[in-house]
Ligand binder design. Structure first.
Ligand SMILES: *Cc1c(COP(=O)(O)O)cnc(C)c1O
Length: 369
């Protein structure tokens, strides 16, 4: 088969080709059932087995401890910006660390349901740094502390999750890990709840993953819609209402693909992380040695997944993008709020895709000289 173009979209993003092929092969008849997955009852034994396998595989891959529940919901990251305060705020005070567009949006939405304090922000430097946890002005009575652990638009990532306990804070940490889930291990000892839309690194749009510590269930405000109450969703194994069945199936195929990945002695998420480190290093190293391209994010918090970069001569942007498309390098235009370019290099992007991008960037720089 010929090489498909490399897709650098921030999301919905590239899927592993093997997964797309498997889904295509199973489209009309899943495992001899005579049914396509889209056509199955979510209460039938076929789909129940697909969902249970997906959950078990994810639990194994991300080493999710037994006292956490895994929920497959709908509404994406933005709906969770409301669903989290509806479930966890008790209408009281909640803390936000604003490190880019996504955490900013989360804080704004939470204000509908709770008193949302911004306890630290990197807005003054254009979200190119992360405020050190020791500088956060944690509220004494916060119901939770929210961070976006990878800011998809600004390209800023927490390489270590904050240890709230060591800061004298007992509130649970909520992380929006939409755009780097499954790219690296998660330190669950520091997390109360994690959420993420699937369309960046797990599967198609339509599924939202929520991983929540059991003791946080059952705190929802009375106005919380039943279908969005974590306890209700958990008690019904994510089938209180019809779940996004096909999306769960596709995410499940991605989980199996992840389990098959090997990198030296490493497997699964550890293998992915090693690959993601190598991919990001290749691109950042190239950008940093060049006088033609620039990335403005501080080195200690550069995202491995989303790499915004600029041409020093921005009048060449359209020519750069057109040339990239000709070489089969797609969706490199930066987010409109930041400008320039952005290469999203999620799990499904092979090293060869980043090599092709760097080789194009090198040639383009030479041509322009
Ligand atoms: C994409 C994204 C969202 C929004 O997801 P939707 O599914 O569009 O609601 C939220 N947070 C982060 C970090 C994202 O990357």
């Amino acid at each position: 088969m010929t090489q498909r173009p490399y897709n650098f979209s921030a999301g919905p993003a590239a899927m592993p080709e093997e997964v797309l092929q498997q889904a295509a092969a199973e489209m009309l008849d899943w495992h001899g059932s005579g049914l396509g997955v889209m056509e199955m009852s979510h209460r039938g034994k076929e789909f129940m087995s697909i969902a249970a396998q997906a959950e078990a595989d994810l639990r194994e891959l991300l080493a999710v401890p037994a006292n956490f529940r895994i929920l497959f919901m709908q509404g994406g990251g933005l709906a969770e910006n409301a669903i989290v305060p509806l479930n966890l705020s008790r209408g009281g005070t909640v803390d936000f660390v604003v490190t880019g567009s996504w955490s900013q949006k989360s804080a704004k939405e939470a204000r509908k349901y709770a008193t949302a304090n911004v306890i630290a922000s990197s807005e003054a430097d254009g979200h190119t740094t992360l405020p050190a946890p020791a500088s956060w002005k944690l509220s004494a009575n916060a119901q939770y502390v929210h961070i976006c652990s990878n800011e998809t638009i600004h390209g800023v990532e927490f390489h270590e999750l904050p240890d709230l306990k060591s800061l004298g804070c007992d509130a649970p940490l909520v992380i929006d890990f939409s755009s780097h889930v499954a790219s690296r291990p998660v330190d669950w000892s520091r997390v109360g709840l994690a959420f993420g839309g699937a369309q960046k690194n797990l599967g198609p749009a339509g599924v939202t993953l929520v991983v929540v510590r059991e003791d946080l269930l059952g705190r929802a405000l009375p106005i919380c819609p039943s279908a969005f109450e974590y306890k209700t969703v958990a008690d019904n194994a994510s089938m209180y209402n019809t779940p996004p069945t096909y999306g769960i199936y596709m995410a499940g195929l991605v989980f199996q693909w992840l389990k098959r990945q090997r990198e030296g002695d490493l497997t699964g998420i550890a293998a992915m992380e090693a690959r993601n480190v190598a991919k990001a290093r290749l691109l950042y190293d190239f950008i940093d040695q060049s006088a033609f391209y620039v990335n403005k994010v501080a080195e200690n918090c550069r995202s491995r997944m989303n790499i915004p970069f600029f041409l020093r001569d921005e009048s060449r942007n359209d020519v750069f993008l057109a040339g990239a498309r000709e070489r089969g390098l797609l969706q490199l235009k930066g987010h409109k709020s930041v400008g320039g370019m952005r290469a999203s290099i999620y799990n499904a992007m092979p090293l060869a895709g980043v090599q092709a991008l760097v080789s194009y960037m090198r040639d383009f720089e030479k041509e322009q000289a």
